[in-house]
Ligand binder design. Structure first.
Ligand code: UD1
Ligand code: UDP
Length: 353
């Protein structure tokens, strides 16, 4: 079977490598990179570390407002799909690259497979919510990572297209955890001690576009006794500089460039707690048993909150501070995201036509 896989942003490189490995034996996969992320530390580093094939196409769209970026991806992807005539087109998650891939596949009457289907924040202000809702409603195969996601798709009348596969990010981290422990020296390089620091990431539009939220998050980091390590997404760096918060940030945390996946997983494994507005990082923290404080008011990954391992703090200084010092999850943990064989299951679903 000929599969066209569309990726473009950091989390999609992580989500795609387990599936590429699972497809390698029986299928012919062509990788398309939209170019949504283009800095080496948001893109190239993942291709090197994760043994991902060089993309056959890089659409080179770069940064732009949401509609223009999505439209530009669609214009450039459509002739690729026309030329390649794939049997299926695979998209991951909820970025503009996901939406563009799904719409072009649907318009070209190609079987569209959405990996990480059925997630909802129920916050219609999030660009990611638009992307995931539309993608689920045009895709032909909805690969749901959890029972909650299956239920959600059922409520939206999408039962007939839904398959409960488990979560490819669990597959990814089971591989990365051991490799990172052996190969990454990031904890030493940053002069940190396991179990004594907080790992933080902030990049969500809601936080970076609002200097008051950023200020409050930084005040909380400044107030906790642990060292806070903050690998900076470029949009966050831009916002800190534009809003004259750079010095405040330097005082509150150790600012570093974004790191590769193996270094990130190692940092997450060694952290005492994590503070993040990322979707993927909330789950990875759960997999690695690192308590998580989420810098948002709601989450798609409700299972982590229900299990007591994730505290939704928003941008409230008091709440973040409480979470980073007091959050004490129960020792019992459910396993809502499958067995680590999601990629194999998705490959089987694809093969079954
Ligand atoms: C995108 C996704 C978000 C995902 C995140 C992963 C959408 C709507 N958002 O957000 O869901 O969580 O990726 O990291 O698709 N920039 C650079 N270098 C790059 C890429 C971006 O400097 O290589 C800067 C540009 O100033 C750009 C800004 O970051 O305007 C935002 O990039 P963009 O891809 O639009 O959104 P993200 O915030 O990265
Ligand atoms: N990640 C990384 N280096 C970093 C920050 C994150 O490798 O400096 C990885 C992280 O392990 C996870 C993915 O990037 O697999 C999450 O991406 P991001 O937070 O950008 O996007 P989201 O999950 O919110 O869509």
């Amino acid at each position: 079977m000929r599969i066209l896989t569309v990726v473009g942003a950091r989390p999609q490189f992580v989500k795609s490598f387990p599936l590429s490995a699972a497809l390698a034996a029986d299928h012919e996969e062509t990788l398309v990179h939209t170019g949504q992320h283009y800095d080496d530390e948001l893109s190239a580093v993942f291709f090197e570390e994760l043994d991902l094939a060089e993309p056959a196409y890089n659409l080179g769209v770069g940064s732009a407002p949401h509609a223009l970026q999505t439209a530009s991806m669609m214009r450039k992807l459509d002739p690729v799909v026309e030329a390649e005539e794939p049997d299926a087109l695979v998209v991951f998650g909820d970025t503009n690259s996901t939406l563009a891939g799904a719409l072009v596949g649907a318009k070209r009457d190609v079987r569209v497979v959405h990996v990480e289907a059925g997630l909802r924040s129920h916050n219609r202000d999030m660009p990611e919510e638009h992307n995931r809702v539309v993608t689920d409603h045009v895709a032909d195969v909805l690969c749901a990572p959890s029972s909650d996601a299956v239920q959600q798709l059922r409520r939206e009348g999408l039962d007939a297209w839904t398959v409960h596969t488990g979560d490819v990010m669990y597959d990814a981290i089971l591989w990365a955890r051991d490799v990172a422990t052996d190969e990454s020296d990031v904890v030493d390089r940053l002069d940190l001690a396991d179990g004594e620091y907080v790992l933080a990431t902030v990049h969500r539009e809601r936080n970076t576009a609002d200097p008051e939220r950023l200020r409050s998050i930084l005040a909380a980091f400044d107030a906790v006794p642990q060292d806070v390590v903050l690998p900076l997404h470029p949009r966050t760096e831009k916002s800190l500089r534009e809003n004259e918060l750079w010095t405040t940030a330097e005082d509150a945390a150790t600012l570093i460039d974004p790191v590769g996946y193996l270094d990130f997983v190692r940092l997450l494994e060694g952290a005492q707690r994590v503070a993040t507005d990322s979707g993927g990082v909330q789950k990875e923290a759960f997999f690695l048993e690192t308590p998580c404080v989420t810098l948002r008011e709601e989450t798609e990954w409700v299972e982590t909150v229900d299990a007591g391992w994730n505290h939704l703090a928003g941008a409230s200084m008091a709440d973040i501070r409480w979470g980073l010092t007091e959050l004490d999850p129960p020792t019992e943990r459910p396993e809502p995201y499958g067995n680590g064989d999601a990629a194999e299951r998705i490959a089987e679903v694809l093969a079954s036509g």
